[in-house]
Design a protein around this ligand. Structure first.
Ligand SMILES: Nc1ncnc2c1ncn2[C@@H]1O[C@H](COP(=O)(O)OP(=O)(O)OP(=O)(O)O)[C@@H](O)[C@H]1O
Ligand SMILES: [Mg+2]
Length: 156
């Protein structure tokens, strides 16, 4: 291997269904195409956030309904990225995890071991007053692999 070359074998893309994460996915697939890396998209079902909703404990069935919606949202996002990867001829794999999104993403980076993680600056909450969302911030702070954080829009 040439000394200036880097090896990218596995790229992790964090997808929460937001437009920004889809921009990030496009970038990840593009990098996969150039490097020949496998692209894995992951959606994390955020169970803890559900538990903080008002009425969560008192309304039977609410949890199941919301979980179902999240699995559906995840499935759709991961399928959209699968289409992108197929069009680009990039090897693709999908994962749905459950738990705290930041923790799960960091865990996945360690084991089975990714070379790069790609995510958006903001996600579903997308509060413009924050520069970067809490999940993205956690990953940037604690990741042991390079992190590519894709902004909302290109600068004009
Ligand atoms: N549940 C999730 N599963 C997979 N990736 C996620 C998830 N949540 C966030 N991400 C990734 O992190 C990026 C930033 O989202 P983040 O959640 O940090 O911001 P936010 O939703 O705007 O704010 P917050 O969640 O802190 O209220 C998203 O574009 C996506 O790439
Ligand atoms: Mg979020």
């Amino acid at each position: 291997m040439n000394r200036s070359e880097i090896m990218l074998k596995k790229i992790l893309i964090a997808a929460d269904g937001s437009e920004t994460s889809m921009r990030a996915a496009k970038m990840a697939v593009g990098i996969g195409k150039t490097t020949g890396a496998l692209v894995t998209a992951v959606y994390v079902v955020d169970v803890q956030r559900l538990a903080q909703l008002p009425g969560y404990a008192s309304m039977p069935g609410l949890k199941d309904n919301l979980m179902e919606l999240m699995f559906k949202e995840g499935g759709e996002a991961l399928e959209e990225i699968e289409d992108m990867a197929r069009d680009a001829g990039v090897a693709y794999e999908r994962v749905i995890a459950e738990g705290d999104p930041g923790e799960e993403l960091l865990k996945l980076c360690r084991d089975p071991g990714f070379d790069l993680i790609v995510l958006g600056t903001i996600g579903k909450s997308g509060l413009a007053r924050f520069l970067i969302g809490s999940v993205a911030e956690k990953v940037v702070r604690h990741s042991h692999v390079p992190v590519l954080v894709v902004p909302v829009k290109d600068k004009e």
